[in-house]
Design a binder for this molecule. Structure first.
Ligand code: ADP
Length: 209
């Protein structure tokens, strides 16, 4: 986050003189307390300064980079997860390809008749299955999918950063957000490389950073 000239001056004053009251900062800048209020709010919200009642403002000593890192480490899967697109094991490769186009996704999750996760299909899985095949209606996706237990999953309270690491380490485009039940995993969401990109962009939109 770029600080305004005035905000930088405030940080310098607090750095050198903190704890210091808003009134005293205003005096040093020849401004009123009311004029400074928005700047002080931004500086405390973004973590550059901290405020204690009856004590005043003090400098947290955190750099912009540290503040951004802290923010990223707080992002949870459930804040960003998208709707999962699911097909049944008996779905044909042809219908799975259609679903991918219609839903505009690159990864489909496959469930059994009890709606528990059994497999995953990527674009290349479907391409591979299509090469040299005359009748794509004749092959069911459970023949070609990557199947449990070899599926990398995440849970809604996981850190988005951990999921990003899994995507990189496993070289995959996405993974299902699952809920554990006695009988299996229920798919409740989807996190993909696009989700991570969205979170990245969100960082720059946040006034508080
Ligand atoms: P693409 O195959 O289109 O490049 P991916 O890189 O996501 O897309 O998939 C690579 C392979 O890994 C595919 O065979 C796919 O079935 C499998 N795969 C994709 N996502 C997962 C996952 N979350 N867990 C395990 N395997 C996966």
């Amino acid at each position: 986050m770029e600080l305004s000239n005035r905000q930088e001056k405030i940080v310098e004053i607090v750095k050198g003189n903190g704890p210091i009251t808003g009134e005293q900062i205003a005096e040093r800048l020849n401004l009123t307390r009311a004029t400074l209020r928005p700047d002080l709010a931004i500086l405390t919200m973004s973590g550059f300064l901290d405020a204690r009642p009856r004590v005043g403002y003090f400098y947290t000593g955190k750099t912009g980079f540290e503040l951004i890192t802290e923010k990223i480490k707080k992002y949870k899967v459930h804040e960003f997860q998208q709707i999962p697109i699911i097909v049944k094991e008996s779905t044909s490769v042809y219908d799975a390809i259609s679903t991918m186009f219609l839903e505009d996704v690159g990864t489909l999750f496959v469930v059994n008749e009890n709606t528990y996760l059994t497999g995953i299909l990527s674009r290349k899985d479907l391409l591979r299955a299509s090469i040299g095949q005359k009748d794509l209606n004749a092959i069911a996706v459970h023949i070609i999918m990557t199947r449990m237990p070899n599926i990398t999953v995440c849970r809604k309270d996981d850190l988005l950063l951990d999921v990003a690491n899994k995507l990189i380490n496993k070289q995959i485009d996405g993974l299902p957000v699952v809920k554990d039940t006695e009988n299996g995993l229920l798919v409740i969401g989807r996190v993909t490389k696009t989700t991570i990109t969205r979170a990245f962009v969100e960082l720059t939109n946040e006034k508080a950073i």
